[in-house]
Design a protein around this ligand. Structure first.
Ligand code: MN
Length: 193
């Protein structure tokens, strides 16, 4: 299989000021393209060539895992945002968040805290297990909850390349601002309980 960079469903300036066009051009247009190019190069002629990307993530390690997981994570991240959309969950996921975190505001505070306290590069995730129980986890580097048997629902990228052009060293400000572009209809659609 030859992976390609999917076209984003919004204009590259549509998420500003939360995420600028320049950040999308670099982060999606260059960083993500490189992960996909590396993935294609690393699977060529190997047992991974015709494997699903999620299966590669679950079964590989080293450079292949890093590039496969980063390729998947960035598509998941960028395809959670929209310039218009629901800014709060309203269905079953909202009920689960309220029950398990106390309130939507408390969930957001816990999620931001996980993002700001992750040392170095990585990702902060909201995932579900097969019973609908929710988890906020920190994944270092190319980490992905798929490797722990969880289903990802939402992710924020806390690598410096995700926010440095727009926020410099202010990671907490980036996390707070990104709520303005999360489309909770998309997040809800990933929670099938
Ligand atoms: Mn990134």
């Amino acid at each position: 299989m030859n992976y390609t960079l999917p076209e984003l469903p919004y204009a590259t300036d549509a998420l500003a000021p939360a995420i600028s066009r320049e950040t999308i051009d670099y982060h999606y247009g260059k960083h993500e393209r490189t992960y996909i190019d590396n993935l294609n190069r690393l699977i060529k002629g190997t047992e991974y060539e015709d494997m699903d990307l999620e299966e590669i993530i679950k079964t590989s390690d080293g450079a292949l895992f890093n590039n496969a997981s980063q390729a998947w994570n960035h598509i998941f991240y960028f395809f959670t945002f929209s310039p218009e959309g629901e800014r709060e969950p309203k269905g079953k996921l909202r009920k689960a968040i309220d029950e398990q975190f106390g309130s939507f505001d408390k969930f957001k505070a816990d999620f931001e805290s996980a993002g700001t306290t992750l040392f170095g590069s990585g990702w902060v995730w909201l995932s579900t297990d097969e019973d609908g129980k929710l988890f906020i986890t920190q994944g270092p580097n190319a980490g992905n909850p798929l490797t722990e048997g969880l289903t990802p629902l939402l992710v924020f990228d806390v690598w410096e390349h995700a926010y440095y052009l727009d926020y410099r060293n202010r990671r907490a400000d980036a996390l707070r601002q990104w709520w303005d572009i999360v489309d909770w209809q998309i997040v809800e659609s990933r929670y099938n309980f």
